[in-house]
Design a protein around this ligand. Sequence first.
Ligand code: CP3
Length: 342
Amino acid sequence: MPGPLFDTLCGANLAQRPVWLMRQAGRYLPEYRALRADKGGFLELVYDSAAACEITLQPVRRFGFDGAILFSDILIVPHAIGQTLEFLAGEGPRLSPRLLDAALDSLSAVPQRLDTIYATVAQVRAALGPQTTLLGFAGSPWTVATYMVAGEGSRDQHETRELAYRDPPAFQAIIDAISAVTIDYLSGQIAAGAEAVQLFDSWSGSLAPREFERWVIAPNARIVAALADRHPGVPVIGFPKGAGEKLPAYARETGVAAVGIDETIDPLWAAAALPEGLPVQGNLDPLLLLAGGSELESGVRAVLDAFADRPHVFNLGHGIGQFTPIAHVEALLEVVRAWRAP
Ligand code: CP3
């Protein structure tokens, strides 16, 4: 029994909506902060399967979410491709050598780094109840490339956008390398027990339309097709954050089973513009969850109402913030669980 989240991703329009929250395991939970302090750092948690399994389960235990998302990070793929990876307190991730300074083929791959992640997936699957869907994930090639090229996060991804214009063949090689590892990586997660996977494209919004076709839609379509071939029936959720009016093309052309939408999208627009029957995931503003109160309750209802006519997974439009009160998450869940599709 794969559960209501899985059924919704496969196209079922259930009266009660399944719910999970992006970044549901993390710093807003005291039990996460305690284990992180104990283990010393974020990567220490990710590469310790028992710890990563425990953290994946923490929010499911506390809130009874319909999905458990593997505790890991999108930057594990560059780490396996051979860059060094660190998370600096208050500054975010650092990768080196950055591909602005070094050629892709100067890196030596360390594929064993992914084996720990598969072990985590298997442990989580064994510990989860049958109604909770286990989600694997990876970053989309474009978003992962922005970190690999610049060596860190950047405000508007300009180094990577410029490289893609200046030297399209070199940038294509980077996208192709990430895509190949991502296909194997997601396939490994599915083989280990992930029942659906999500592709996070956090920075797809910075691309001009033709670039969006080339660096977002094309590689994601390739990943979706390869996974469909290897693992028929396993849904892929695409989350092209910031894609705006390009969402319908993304949904049609990538072949994703479901599309995640961010909080800048009007859900009524999305409900009308996206292909009929396509499951949608989203899209409450994480800041409204932080703020709470009656605005939160009416905001949750507005999202639920907008998607009443199609399969819908309730989620935020982006990751939950670290200062979000637990009571606000409980209030959100109460509204989602009381709601019924007309
Ligand atoms: O959703 C989940 O609960 C699963 C785990 C998950 C994490 N990161 C854990 C994490 C997932 C799916 C991600 C995805 C991710 N990682 C994205 C795409 C989604 C998004 O948020 O846009 C990106 C861009 C990253 C890269 C990344 N990881 C950054 C920029 C940072 C530092 C910023 C920050 O929030 O500290 C991380 C660290 C990170 N990844 C944390 C967690 C829980 C915080 C770690 C900590 O300090 O304890």
